[in-house]
Design a protein around this ligand. Structure first.
Ligand code: DCP
Ligand code: MG
Length: 345
């Protein structure tokens, strides 16, 4: 059955909230982040993007490419409140909403809208409502599946929208660069280019068995998106599969005592989140990034979900001790809890 799907994504989310709350920042290049060693930009206002400032860019580099850049310390609790208000608006208009992140959701409006024209009008109305009630702008993509709706929402950013009709999807992806496809990350894109796949058409021409040999479980998704096909439903109970925290340390860690302190802080933070969100999981993963950026993970699953911050701390410390003696200093540590489904095992 043909569906009508809207993807909505807030524009320069954190930076827009900062510009909303501080008129001095409006019209200026703003980066959310702190100009401190090793800090990165969370997001940049569109004024800053014209200079090349981007999410995840080191703050010192951002300042270099845009000397007038104003840095603003993030206020996560405010972003989370704004996000709640925006998601409330989605729910007012549509009963089939899949929240993807703080600033992004898919809405299946097949039942609300008889035609794509109706869906476009609805998207415009939702965006207006977000602007009036929350004071920030959003962009929307309208199409017949999630993949194309997501692609479309990026077309007329900021504060715009774009529709890809059922008879336009296949042509839309045909000449699209492979790294632009949602769901094709930088590593996969590089691998595809090595195979001679540069644009949608090249992917389309790959045979399915070959794709499966090269990409395993993801092959079907790639096969489908190169045809403008995506059957994944908009799933309102999309469960979060894992939750994690990580930290890049101001100074690389070299001793066990330093690692213990780092892990204690991370476990506290993650455990707090787990309690706030009633999150129970029985798999603990630690991520270790060495000073040369080599990154490894170590994981252990337990029969029962982790029950206390001490259990979490001990499990992560054991995992890190498993890589001792350290081959290099550690610049980043992360802890993730996953396997939420099997809590009763
Ligand atoms: N974010 C972050 N670190 C990143 C990417 C994003 O902290 N590496 C945060 C800040 C963003 C928010 O998530 O404001 C939403 O991410 P988006 O990718 O949707 O980016 P923006 O909303 O900032 O910009 P755009 O207008 O491109 O959607
Ligand atoms: Mg956004």
């Amino acid at each position: 059955m043909e569906r009508r799907v809207i993807h909505i994504d807030l524009d320069a989310f954190y930076a827009s909230v900062e510009q909303r709350d501080n008129p001095h920042l409006r019209g200026k290049p703003v980066a959310v982040g702190e100009l401190k060693p090793r800090h990165v930009v969370a997001t940049a206002s569109y004024e800053a993007r014209t200079y090349g400032v981007r999410s995840a860019m080191p703050c010192w580099l951002a300042r270099q490419v845009c000397p007038a850049l104003v840095f603003v310390k993030p206020r996560h609790s405010v972003y989370s409140e704004v996000s709640d208000a925006v998601h409330e608006i989605f729910n007012e208009y549509c009963s089939l909403v899949e929240p993807m992140s703080l600033d992004e959701a898919y809405l299946d409006v097949t039942d609300n809208c008889e035609t794509f024209r109706d869906a476009e009008l609805l998207a415009t109305e939702i965006r207006k409502n977000i602007q009036n009630r929350c004071g920030i702008t959003a962009s929307a993509g309208i199409s017949y599946n999630k993949f194309l709706a997501k692609m479309a929402s990026g077309e007329n950013k900021p504060n715009g929208q774009f529709v890809i009709l059922p008879d336009e999807g296949a042509r839309y992806v045909r000449y699209l660069n492979i790294e632009k496809f949602h769901g094709v990350g930088p590593a996969t894109a590089a691998k595809m280019r090595r195979m001679g796949v540069f644009i949608g058409k090249d992917l389309y021409e790959m045979n399915k068995a070959e794709l499966e040999r090269k990409f395993g479980k993801s092959a079907e998704y790639y096969y489908n998106i190169s045809r403008g096909i995506d059957e994944r439903p908009v799933d309102p109970v999309h469960v979060r599969r894992s939750s994690g925290v990580q930290h890049t340390f101001a100074k690389d860690l070299t001793t066990l005592a330093q690692i213990e302190r780092g892990l204690a802080k991370l476990s506290d933070e993650l455990w707090q989140w787990c309690q706030d969100h009633q999150w129970h999981g029985r798999t603990v993963t630690v991520k270790i990034r060495y000073s040369d950026f080599t990154t490894i993970t170590r994981q252990r699953s337990f029969i029962n979900p982790i029950r206390s911050v001490d259990e979490l701390y001990t499990a992560s410390l054991d995992l890190v001790k498993g890589v001792f003696p350290l081959v290099q200093p550690i610049r980043l540590l992360g802890i993730t809890i996953s396997s939420p489904q099997e809590t009763n095992v």
